[in-house]
Design a protein around this ligand. Structure first.
Ligand code: FAD
Ligand code: 2HG
Ligand code: ZN
Length: 492
């Protein structure tokens, strides 16, 4: 029993710049083009403006798939500067893309054309923690791992955790309503966020972050509008997040399963035997495991079996003896091919690296088509099998992994030869239509970004999409905020 924390290296956000980019939406003709006079005006309003070659890395996304052509990056240090930048851009009809850690996986954080990039990374002050309520107040640009480290010093933890924690920002997490590996324990960030300060497109600062109260039912929940809005409704500048207490005793079990049904049984048994100490249930298939093992030659799979699935079950509790007894009961109750419990903190970290390293391993190997879907648990893995069959004649790697505890599958198809129209056409819209046929969601946790607006109708009714368009026009009448993202042009 030990106090554990897996440490991630910083996600390398700048890759080779050599992969081809995806097809993009046509530029809106109502938006202006940035002139030299605008740059001078923005320089007067914002304490840091990045220009020219230095702006290039901010234009290319983490996956090396999407590239914009922004001339400048505004990096405000205060809410007032954010407000001044937006007020100016709104008046001049200059489009703005807000960017946090740029780890988003749907091309939401980079411009599509020549939008001004508004980087939040200097809004990185942690204002404080209310130890009575567990509510932490901080700037939107605080890196998730930094926030979590701060909280741990005070015996609290962030209510979410994900593989990009060393780079992503809490503002980006909120803007995408990120899920991650603790969702099964702490639920959605929507529940944890008790206050937000945000800036509307016209520069108005809306302060709903004045309190660290956990309960406040005074009318419309405005922060909820911003959560998951992916930079299309406003810029989040500050947040108040209710954080759980630290559960210091952590265990990680690594199990080999022969079928996806076996994986599902592990999940139900974990829920019933581990109860409140269950803190993660993740799975990988053979394709994902091979990719991550290849990328981490220093790490060995402790299980020698060829069984096609691995499940990572983590517990985190406050009483080492009680936790050990529960874990024992869980291990006795499951029927799997093989399994082990990590004997040391470094062994735990290695297992987490195998799981969280899959995304990076796939992306480093070639061009990756990524699908992040929710499906009914009983048919969750069928999509991976059908995809493998559909692409059998092509030389591509298919991997299925994800947050099985939340019925969230990540389907990755990697083509080492680069982007191929033929592969793309076989995958889309087919994958999204398959998901819709199974009554799943085409975006479980990554959002819509620039990759999926044209498929939004598969999850939203006409009336719901129209209302989304109306809300957009109320919040951002000149449609300058993150254009070409989330909403299809048809509802604007
Ligand atoms: P960015 O990528 O910079 O931006 C994402 C979106 O939010 C953009 O649309 C942007 O315009 C908007 N935005 C950013 N900041 C603000 C703000 N302050 N105000 C308004 N809009 C804003 N996601 C998960 O949900 N679960 C996972 O388990 C997970 N694992 C990942 C693992 C890896 C290795 C990587 C690379 C990514 C992973 N992601 C995961 C995706 C990504 O990390 C999350 O979506 C994260 O929340 C994005 O945060 P960011 O600061 O990098 O935001
Ligand atoms: C994960 O859970 C992330 O590892 C990334 O959400 C998934 O890259 C992906 O497809
Ligand atoms: Zn994920």
């Amino acid at each position: 029993m030990r106090l554990a924390r897996h440490i991630r290296r910083r996600t390398d956000a700048v890759r080779s710049f050599s992969a081809p980019t995806m097809p993009v939406a046509k530029r809106h003709d109502w938006l202006s083009t940035l002139e030299d006079a605008d740059v001078a005006n923005l320089n007067a309003r914002c304490s840091k403006i990045i220009e020219g070659a230095d702006a290039k890395p901010y234009n290319r996304d983490w996956m090396d798939k999407c590239e914009g052509k922004a001339r400048i990056v505004a990096q405000p240090a205060t809410t007032e500067e954010v407000s001044a930048v937006l007020a100016y851009c709104n008046e001049k009809r200059l489009a703005v893309t807000t960017q946090g850690g740029k780890t988003g996986l749907v091309g939401g954080s980079v411009p599509v054309h020549d939008e001004v990039i508004l980087s939040t990374t200097r809004l990185n002050t942690i204002e404080g923690l209310d130890k009575d309520t567990g509510v932490v107040t901080c700037g939107a640009g605080v890196v998730l791992e930094t926030l979590d480290a701060y909280l741990r010093e005070h015996d609290f933890v962030a209510p979410l955790d994900l593989g990009a924690a060393g780079t992503c920002t809490i503002g980006g997490n909120l803007a995408t309503n990120a899920g991650g590996v603790r969702f099964v324990r702490y639920g959605s960030l929507r529940g944890a966020c008790v206050g937000l300060e945000f800036v509307k497109a016209d520069g108005t600062v809306v302060d709903c972050a004045r309190t660290s109260l956990r309960k406040d039912n005074t009318g419309y929940a405005l922060p909820q509008l911003l959560i998951g809005s992916e930079g299309t409704l406003g810029v989040i500048t500050k947040c108040c997040i209710a954080c759980p207490s630290l559960s210091p005793f952590v265990n990680v079990a690594w199990l080999a399963c022969n079928s996806f049904d076996e994986v599902r049984k592990v999940l139900t048994t974990a829920r019933s035997t581990l109860g409140e100490i269950l803190s993660a249930v993740e799975f990988l298939d053979r394709g994902a495991l091979d990719a991550t093992l290849r990328a981490h030659p220093d790490i060995e799979d402790p299980l020698e079996t060829d069984a096609p699935f691995r499940v990572l079950v983590e517990t985190a509790g406050c009483d080492a003896t009680h936790d050990a007894a529960k874990l024992e009961r869980f291990l006795e109750a499951i029927d799997v091919e093989d399994g082990c419990v990590a004997p040391t903190t470094s062994a735990m970290n290695a297992l987490w690296t195998l799981r969280e390293g899959v995304s990076d391993a796939m992306t480093s190997r070639g061009f990756v088509y990524k699908y992040d879907v929710s499906l009914p648990p009983s048919t969750l893995y069928d999509l991976v099998e059908k995809t493998t069959e559909r692409l059998e004649h092509l030389d591509v790697d298919v991997a299925g992994y994800g947050h099985v505890g939340d019925a969230n599958l990540h389907l990755n198809v990697c083509d080492v030869t680069g982007y191929r129209e033929e592969v793309h056409a076989l995958l889309e819209p087919w994958v999204y239509e398959e998901v819709a046929r199974s009554r799943g969601s085409i975006s479980a946790e990554h959002g819509v970004g620039q990759c999926k607006p044209e498929y939004l109708h598969l999850n939203k009714s006409v009336e719901a999409m129209d209302l989304m368009g109306s809300l957009k026009k109320v919040m951002d009448p000149h449609l300058i905020l993150n254009p070409y993202k989330v909403l299809p042009a048809s509802v604007l």
